[in-house]
Design a binder for this molecule. Structure first.
Ligand code: SAH
Ligand code: DHB
Ligand code: MG
Length: 221
């Protein structure tokens, strides 16, 4: 939605709360310069993710869907000096771009990028009994969101916060007969988190620079 009141207020929030930031600007520029999809979270959404992450006092963060590392940088900044962020990305090109952006942000010592299908990386971590994460951000391909959530639960512990991007898609999740695989996948995810007794959860609708959308927030009991 590009209704100007929403973009104007988004700009207002941006100017109030987000100082000029060379690492983030370079990351955004790397997206337009290389022509990879321009689908990162916005600056104001990034700041909100940073705050949500910080509230969970994380030592370990998991991100599913790296792209150029824009949300990765925001999330890694919520970590203490000995914190770790693992981010999963299918495309080698995206991972290469993200690696540079993360280096430029001075966060290489905290961030590990695993390249490959997220479902497989998650299974490997589950099998390898990886230490549970404190905060998990789901933002990769939409059809398997429900699978990613089930796998995320296995990498969680009581108190783990799971946030998922793009769970409203301008209301397309309301159409039960949709042929949009992304919207259908998200609707399955939303229903699943609403019915999963192991978490408390809800959805926050968002407007602004990006389209009308929403983030799901779940906390493991
Ligand atoms: N979180 C990023 C945006 C991620 S965009 C940000 O806000 O800055 C979604 C990313 O998920 C893309 O880079 C895409 O290549 C990746 N992706 C798509 N399918 C995937 C899969 N099966 N496994 C891992 N990553 C995948
Ligand atoms: C798309 C994906 C995203 O993660 C996002 O934040 C916006 C759009 C997309 O695939 O269209
Ligand atoms: Mg997204």
């Amino acid at each position: 939605m590009s209704s100007s009141i929403f973009t104007d207020v988004d700009q207002y929030i941006h100017e109030l709360f987000i100082p000029e930031d060379e690492a983030l600007n370079k990351t955004m520029n790397s997206i337009s310069e290389t022509g990879i999809p321009s689908i990162s979270v916005s600056y104001t959404q990034g700041k909100m993710l940073f705050l949500l992450a910080k509230m969970s006092k994380p030592k370990r963060i998991l991100e599913i869907g790296t792209l150029a590392g824009f949300s990765t940088i925001w999330l890694a900044r919520a970590l203490p000096s000995d914190g770790v962020l693992v981010t999963l990305e299918l495309e080698q090109q995206h991972a290469d771009i993200a690696l540079k952006n993360i280096e430029n942000a001075g966060l290489s010592d905290k961030v590990q990028i695993l390249v490959g299908p997220a479902g497989e990386s998650l299974d490997q971590m589950i099998k390898g009994k990886t230490e549970p994460f404190d905060f998990i951000f789901i933002d990769a391909d939409k059809p398997p969101y429900a699978e990613y959530f089930k796998q995320s639960l296995k990498l969680s512990k009581p108190g783990t916060v799971i946030v998922a991007d793009n769970v409203v898609r301008e209301g397309r999740i309301l159409d039960k007969a949709t042929t949009d695989e992304d919207a259908a996948g998200i609707a399955r995810f939303n229903k699943l988190i609403s019915e999963t007794p192991e978490v408390d959860a809800s959805i926050l609708q968002t407007v602004g620079e990006k389209m009308h959308d929403g983030i799901a927030i779940a906390i493991v009991k």
